[in-house]
Design a protein around this ligand. Structure first.
Ligand SMILES: [Zn+2]
Length: 392
């Protein structure tokens, strides 16, 4: 039976080892991947900057996701050079072509005064709260930190804004901005699940902030108890990564569209009507904008608002949740978003359909020949404002 010493020497005979100076030179080459295989508590106290962290025990199961390119040079280290030797052997068996293990490991690296830093990590409480995200490779700790650093602005704390805000806050989106100028009314409670009976008569943004803060104290809820208008839209949306649009009127949608093009902030659009809902993503200058899809608003009599036409209360729950999902995908940069696609949901049929939406080359807002965008209040026609008023 082989002893540990035998096993280690056999392993070392199969792999390539480098000293810390050679490792440093290799890491300086573009394309080289640095892999830290120590335990989380060792990694958190300090690591080589830019290192990918996979504890030795998770190496086989996680490495293909985190290091998809088997031809890239990989420099592996642990604390002293033993675990990294076994890890290098494993990677060789998995088909990684150019792998080296650092003799002396991080301890020698650090003692020699080479560059290291304490990586930013989740607190133990956050690790517990977001555990189900950490188990998903596409999110993981890096993605969760991205979410915590991200800012999403919700237009409206109503039917669509309620589920979107709840899921975004629960997911750990670090800053959730909410703009709404209404007060909570009993007739809202059929669908606006941010609010409750105790909040009747309260400002909606205040009610929303209470609910979200109770759900997740990690989240900074920024409230705007005001009407979104041409005078404030650019200031309010400034600095947000994603806008979730839950407004129900055309002038505001066009205003938000034009302002989001100016600021280049993607808008996750949602709308609901009786038993039908729609969602899409307007990604400025990447996909179509709202004006590409709906060049002009329909006549008022053909476009009754939710207040006039009614809506089944679950419907905004579904569409608002889809909006939250799209916002999170945009932040994490994963999957295929609804950019260039309109998702249409029919609750009575229980069916989802997607339709392609193209950029309009003649779009007066985002087309190549569009003039400079001027942010101004829109009337019921919602046409873009010319830069200079035509002479009358
Ligand atoms: Zn457009």
């Amino acid at each position: 039976m082989a002893t540990f010493r035998d096993l280690l020497s056999q392993t070392k005979a199969r792999i390539r080892e480098v000293d810390t100076a050679q490792a440093e030179a290799a890491i300086a080459q573009p394309g080289t991947v640095v892999l830290d295989v120590r335990e989380p508590d060792e990694y958190e106290q300090g690591a080589i900057p830019g290192a990918i962290h996979i504890p030795r025990g998770h190496l086989e199961s996680q490495v293909e996701n985190k290091l998809p390119n088997r031809d890239a040079p990989v420099v592996i280290y642990c604390a002293g050079g033993t675990r990294s030797a076994f890890a290098a052997d494993t990677l060789g068996q998995l088909g990684y072509a150019d792998v080296v293990s650092v003799v002396g490991g991080f301890n020698k690296w650090k003692n020699e005064g080479r560059a290291w830093s304490a990586p930013r990590t989740l607190t133990p409480e956050q690790r517990n709260r977001y555990q189900r995200h950490l188990l998903v490779n596409e999110v993981g700790e890096e993605g969760q930190l991205k979410l915590l650093d991200s800012k999403v602005l919700l237009l409206g704390a109503g039917g669509l804004g309620s589920p979107a805000a709840l899921y975004l806050a629960a997911a750990g989106v670090g800053t959730v901005g909410i703009i709404d100028m209404d007060v909570v009314d009993e007739s809202n409670l059929q669908r606006q699940i941010l609010h409750n009976l105790d909040r009747i008569g309260e400002r909606k943004v205040d009610s929303a902030k209470k609910t979200l803060t109770l759900l997740n104290p990690d989240v900074d809820v920024v409230t705007f108890d005001t009407r979104l208008g041409a005078d404030n839209v650019l200031d309010i949306i400034d600095g947000y990564d994603v806008i979730v649009d839950g407004t129900d009127n055309f002038p505001t949608r066009y205003l938000v569209n034009d302002a989001s093009l100016v600021k280049r902030i993607p808008v996750v659009h949602g709308s609901i009507f009786r038993f039908e809902g729609q969602a899409t993503v307007f990604n400025p200058y990447v996909g179509p904008c709202y004006r590409c899809m709906i060049p002009e608003p329909p006549p008022a009599e053909l476009a009754p608002s939710c207040a006039e036409a009614g809506v089944l209360g679950v419907l905004p729950g579904i569409i608002g949740s889809i909006q939250a999902m799209e916002a999170i995908k945009l932040i994490l940069g994963i999957g295929d978003t609804l950019t260039g696609r309109l998702l249409a949901y029919d609750a009575l049929e229980e069916s989802f359909r997607t339709f392609k939406v193209n950029r309009d080359p003649d779009c007066p807002a985002c087309g190549p020949n569009a003039g400079e965008i001027v942010i101004a209040e829109y009337d019921e026609l919602c046409m873009p404002h010319p830069k200079v008023a035509p002479a009358s």
